[in-house]
Design a protein around this ligand. Sequence first.
Ligand SMILES: C[S@@+](CC[C@H](N)C(=O)[O-])C[C@H]1O[C@@H](n2cnc3c(N)ncnc32)[C@H](O)[C@@H]1O
Length: 267
Amino acid sequence: MGPDELGWVRGEIDLTRANPARMYDYFLGGTQNFPVDRELADAAIALRPELPRAARLNRAFLGRAVRYAVDLGLRQFLDLGSGIPTEANVHEVAHAADRRCRIAYVDAEPVAVAHSHRLLAGHPRVSVTQADLRDVSTVLAADGVRAQLDFSQPIALLLVAVLHFLPDEDEPAEVVRRYAERLAPGSLVAISHVTTDNLPPEWRSVAGLYQRSATPIHPRPKADVLAMFGELPLVPPGLVDAVDWLPDRGQPALAVSGFYAGAARKP
Ligand SMILES: C[S@@+](CC[C@H](N)C(=O)[O-])C[C@H]1O[C@@H](n2cnc3c(N)ncnc32)[C@H](O)[C@@H]1O
């Protein structure tokens, strides 16, 4: 679906302000974005030309986290802030390993949800829900989530490149805790999060640019991202830059992506 074919969601879309979901789609080479998104994304790229590569490295972490979960024996995925479908979506990676995997996608952004619906229409083991992940009880009670996921069995909870859109007032660590407490033992919680640690000062200006978007971004230091796992023990290699989280051989080189990435297993 191109932006000209949005049909019923058009009235819901704010075309006056750039949207981070659609900017991220643009960074990844997608087509589900508008001039207002591209303008701010290009301004960000002018400050930090490696941004599209950093977005791809975050996306690569998502794929590795899904394969890691499948290797652990997990067959259920709750992907919060799932984004606009692009290459190597969670269900594609999971189904490449085992067709029985079940995936519940959740995103707040109408374009992401509409495009996901369109792509996944009629798919029996995948659902798409439009909801705000901060509304934990609504997400957990949503038809699409309940239809796909059995909370008595382990689930891989994916919070990839989304928690930095929650300001401190929204208590992102507490939001994660509320999901984690509902997960069965053996579940996995995978998080990636934008940081300015180890990055040159230009990155701060990029975060500043996002203040002009519909959802400002909140880069956080390592301790704050670690706190989002609460008491859950991290699996090796712990919380590291996304490029260093169980990297595949031959992955494109960038010394740092600017995303912390990690996963924890519920005992
Ligand atoms: C940068 S994209 C990440 C997409 C995908 N998880 C990935 O890493 O490739 C962030 C997504 O989170 C969504 N998002 C931001 N805040 C959200 C919220 N409070 N509830 C649900 N989705 C949210 C945005 O709409 C966007 O699609």
